[in-house]
Design a protein around this ligand. Structure first.
Ligand code: ATP
Length: 315
């Protein structure tokens, strides 16, 4: 019988993040262009018991290839844990107990949706386990679970480059040509996502320039043309203004990163800065340069677009 299932899912950067008005349910309407990069999370389900009733997750352990956060994230609230239990509950057959092992390569709370990638990888891994017991769920069920786990999880499942509307979870794939080469720099100055959104709401009362940027036509054309110079010019993030207001030191990093690369923007709600470069060599050089200049920041290179969540191995 199956002993181990390994799956992976990508981290992301928002090539565009337009934030609309706050909705009655507390979420903001978003117009987001997600772009998956080849910095991937790995989720392993190790079978540790016989099929039986009740919860399937026995324990979980995350191994950090990025800085370890202050909090212990290995518990039932972890998105990977919740994803596995969601699939198991719907499968309707007894599944064996599993231990979840996550290899974390995407910054924690960095604005690159690492937790969402864990959830997406866990969904496809758990579905592969259910398939071994003749109870695979259809893709629609996985998408439904993904959206209920978090607004960024459907994209981690899908990968590629996609337009996200609604909470960011209503996805349409976008055409793009060529590869984009990135450096990601995490200055580790923690920006709580909720605070960034509400500060943007406040700033909009007094600063008329901070209108919602909801038009992605130029970015879309630049991607279709495979023109990295145009893509660089079209990068935009409405959450950059509140991020800079909350953490003014970010300005120095953004400027230095923009000079080292072709263009730099805050990724998602930050604080990670995404630096678009000309090619892989330029990205390596910019990464070394920025790591030396910003002592203590975490830096890696990645390229995109990359694929969505996928089962790598069943054995
Ligand atoms: P986003 O870009 O979607 O805002 P993020 O990259 O900023 O996400 P994550 O690392 O995905 O942030 O998650 C942030 C918080 O979510 C953590 O501080 C932790 O409390 C909780 N969490 C739940 N599951 C996970 C997980 N699998 N990995 C990391 N954090 C998780």
């Amino acid at each position: 019988m199956v002993r181990e299932i390994v799956a992976s899912a990508p981290g992301k950067v928002n090539l565009h993040l337009g934030v609309g008005e706050a909705r009655a349910d507390g979420y903001h309407d978003l117009v987001s262009v997600f772009h998956a990069v080849d910095r991937r999370e790995t989720v392993r389900l190790a079978v540790v018991g016989e099929p039986g009733a009740g919860p399937v997750v026995e324990s979980m352990r995350t191994t950090f290839f990025v800085d370890r956060p202050g909090e212990d994230i290995d518990g039932p609230k972890n998105l990977a844990w919740r994803a596995v239990e969601a699939v198991a509950a719907r499968a309707g057959v007894a599944l064996p107990k599993v231990r979840i092992e996550v290899d974390k390569r995407v910054f924690v709370a960095g604005g690159m949706a690492g937790g969402s990638a864990d959830a997406a990888a866990a969904l496809v891994a758990a579905n592969a386990l259910a398939a071994e017991y003749g109870a695979a769920l259809p893709p629609e069920a996985l998408h439904e679970f993904a959206a209920s786990l978090g607004a960024d999880v459907p994209f981690a499942l899908a990968g590629g480059t996609a337009l996200g509307t609604g909470r960011g979870d209503e996805l349409a794939p976008m055409l793009s040509r060529g590869r984009l080469h990135w450096v990601f720099v995490n200055p580790k100055i923690g920006i709580p996502t909720g605070e960034a959104f509400s500060l943007l709401d406040d700033l909009r009362h007094t600063n008329p320039a901070l209108v919602p940027h909801l038009n992605t036509a130029e970015l879309s054309q630049a991607l279709t043309a495979g023109d990295a110079t145009r893509v660089a010019a079209a990068l935009h993030n409405d959450l950059e203004a509140p991020a800079l207001q909350m953490r003014p030191v970010l300005r120095g990093l953004l400027e230095a990163a923009g000079e080292a690369g072709r263009r730099a923007v805050v990724s998602g709600s930050g604080p990670t800065v995404a630096v678009l470069c000309d090619d892989a060599e330029h990205a390596r050089w910019a990464a070394e340069h920025l790591a030396a200049e910003f002592d203590g920041a975490e830096v890696f290179v990645a390229e995109g677009p990359d694929g969505g969540a996928v089962v790598e191995r069943v054995c």
